[in-house]
Write a protein that binds this ligand. Structure first.
Ligand code: WTA
Length: 647
């Protein structure tokens, strides 16, 4: 059986495109081109119609204010509340008993969280936040593992107009500190500990060492997750369950202006300083609910949807929390890792909850491929009807494996291209309409205008741009309007530069090739080379560091660090491990370099700039590009022999 499937994967690799299966198409929400035509004929009218699927406390009369590009305002005389749209309106429609999340813990614990239950919890915590002094517009940090309380905390902020700033649980305490400092967070919601593959980490204790440096921080709310003992500071720290128990159970949702900030999410850019990407309420919610409904062909009465992303990333914000809840979806929320307690756990859960729609990242699919088709074959995956992919280009082999082994050749695959900045999916097939081609995200969604502009590579690829504003776009970089304009609009205020290179084929399909800036993508996680470099040079033995990415079969890209040591320091295996751990401790494990190469010198131009292009050539073992700008061309030969020695 599994060898048959492997052979089938090989055979299908030759198939260039897959039409939507007839029975899928028949039942799909959209199965013809009319939506594309409608959006093309009247883009703003189309978006207004999407926005009106939400509940507005005060309807908007103006769709787009583009009088001050690239600072766009959408639906700006309307008022609404995101938490009301995610909860109250479903409960009011009689859906209070519908499950919002089947939460599944690492050790197999289960909790079914209904819309009614979630609404009750959110109201209490919203009041608790108010009791702690949080007001509309204040920033609340959230640093939690994948437990239902992370959703409660986000929606409680939205309910009272506070702005959440979620930090992925895999980031190190120092990264949390930085993000709290730059956003001026008043409260941080965290946990006593977190479980990861059977091990418990002491989250709160780890944070205590750095939180004193965040001057704006007044209160720390601690969710009891692991039962670890924690030292509570009486003047600052409170227990989540205690403040909720003491709070009034009723907290009406506060309607806010459509352009009121909903959240900040820090993401990596070209420099070491993370970018605080700011999203606002009306446009963001319009974008995520529209795309979640149509890209995932949502049938909320019958679907069970599972997006495996962590809530700490944009995919979690848009497609675990806001999109699914705005649409009244039943989702799976899984605390754990894909290989704990065993490597077939995802497929066990698909069978257990009868998951219909499954959305994950190529790196995870490649890991599952490695673990073998026998593991999914042990489970009944016949409930699945649609699969999704996000985070990086998916290689045709992984696509085809996903299609055959997980999708049983009946499920369309939606490869979704988008970014933290875009808020919602931009390029992806509508699965009842668009034929898919393995490796291509296909066409821009109705309402989205993409194009390519010439880059400096001089081949047939170009820079991917979005040529019209869209409702869920970022509004600015928090506190740094100049950087927003500089980073994304250097080709004009109507041309959003995504930072990706892409090709477009004869059918108008986009093939995203990867980043053109110093952003690297490890297992679908965005990191900047400068961020890793600055962590390295903060180590006492390091004089200079240059970080590049090389392709990796499993993680997409892997980090290679070229390191020059200070006088007196000697390269050793211990120091190599120490440097890798140092980066993990400063940023998080996701940033740990795969390889450290000792460099006596780094290749530099005569004016002293490190030439990364050449380091990439060295890391990938390629022929060297143009070396004429180098001050000393011999540097590269020496580096190559050092690379060979470090394996
Ligand atoms: C990459 C994640 C190819 C791309 C939602 C983008 C993709 C960056 C795809 C954004 C895809 C994301 N095909 N590349 N389907 N999806 N990317 O902000 O380089 O974490 O610019 O958002 O991931 O990463 P971010």
């Amino acid at each position: 059986m599994t060898t048959d499937r492997t052979r089938r994967v090989e055979d299908l690799l030759a198939v260039p495109s897959f039409a939507p299966p007839a029975d899928f198409r028949e039942k799909a929400l959209v199965n013809d081109e009319s939506l594309y035509q409608q959006a093309a004929a009247d883009r703003l009218g189309f978006w207004a119609e999407q926005a009106r699927t939400l509940h507005w406390d005060q309807p908007f009369t103006r769709v787009l204010d583009d009088s001050n590009p690239p600072f766009y305002r959408w639906f700006d005389d309307g008022r609404l509340n995101a938490s009301y749209n995610c909860l109250d309106r479903h409960v009011a429609a009689g859906l209070g008993d519908r499950v919002a999340y089947y939460w599944h813990g690492e050790e197999g614990e289960e909790r079914a969280v209904t819309y009614g239950g979630l609404l009750a919890d959110v109201q209490r915590f919203a009041n608790a936040l108010k009791d702690l002094g949080v007001r509309k517009g204040d920033v609340v940090g959230i640093y939690l593992p994948m437990v239902p309380e992370v959703v409660v905390a986000m929606l409680a902020c939205a309910r009272i107009g506070a702005v959440h700033n979620v930090v992925f649980g895999g980031y190190a305490p120092e990264a949390v500190r930085d993000r709290m400092q730059v956003s001026g967070a008043k409260v941080l919601v965290t946990s006593d500990g977190a479980r990861r593959k059977g091990r418990v980490s002491t989250v709160k204790d780890n944070l205590d060492g750095v939180l004193g440096e965040v001057e704006s921080l007044e209160k720390v709310v601690v969710v009891r997750v692991t039962g670890s003992t924690v030292a509570m500071r009486p003047d600052r720290d409170v227990w989540f369950h205690e403040v909720c128990a003491a709070a009034d159970p009723v907290c009406p949702a506060e309607p806010v202006e459509a352009e009121h900030p909903l959240f900040i999410l820090y993401s990596s850019g070209s420099t070491g300083k993370p970018k605080g990407i700011l999203h606002t309420t009306g446009g963001y919610l319009t974008g995520v609910s529209y795309t979640h409904r149509l890209v995932f062909d949502l049938h909320p009465e019958t679907d069970v949807y599972w997006c495996t992303a962590d809530v700490g990333w944009i995919t979690g914000h848009s497609y675990v929390v806001y999109g699914p809840l705005a649409n009244g979806t039943t989702s799976v929320l899984f605390e754990g890792a894909p290989d704990y307690p065993h490597k077939g756990i995802w497929w066990e859960l698909v069978e257990r909850y009868r998951v219909t729609t499954f959305y994950t990242a190529p790196t995870a699919i490649r890991a599952c491929m490695r673990w073998g088709a026998e593991l999914p074959a042990r489970h009944d995956l016949s409930s699945l009807r649609l699969l999704g992919s996000v985070g990086e280009p998916i290689n045709p082999k992984a696509w085809t494996w996903y299609h055959v082994v997980i999708g049983g050749e009946r499920c369309p695959i939606v490869d979704t291209w988008w970014q933290t900045e875009t808020g919602a999916i931009m390029i992806a097939p509508l699965p009842g309409v668009v034929s898919t081609k393995p490796g291509s995200a296909t066409r821009p969604l109705p309402g989205i205008s993409a194009d390519l502009v010439p880059g400096d590579e001089g081949d047939d690829s170009g820079l991917l741009v979005l040529t019209e504003p869209w409702p869920s776009m970022l509004r600015t970089l928090y506190g740094d309007d100049d950087r927003y304009v500089r980073t994304y609009f250097s080709r004009g205020a109507r041309t959003y530069l995504a930072g990706d290179a892409a090709r477009r084929d004869e059918d108008g399909y986009y093939w995203v090739l990867g980043r053109v800036d110093d952003v690297i993508n490890v297992s679908g996680h965005r990191l900047s080379t400068a961020e890793v470099e600055s962590a390295l040079v903060s180590h006492p033995e390091v004089a200079e560091a240059a970080v590049v990415a090389r392709p990796d079969e499993l993680t997409g890209q892997a980090i290679v660090a070229f390191v020059t040591l200070r006088g007196g320091a000697e390269p050793s295996d211990e120091l190599q491990t120490d440097l890798r751990d140092h980066v993990a401790a400063r940023i998080g494990k996701l940033a740990r370099p795969a390889q450290v190469v000792w460099a006596d010198e780094l290749p530099k131009t005569r004016s002293g700039k490190i030439v990364r292009r050449l380091l990439r050539d060295v890391a990938e073992g390629r022929e060297l590009g143009d070396v004429t700008t180098l001050g000393d061309a011999g540097v590269l030969d020496r580096l190559r022999s050092q690379l060979a020695n470090t394996g």
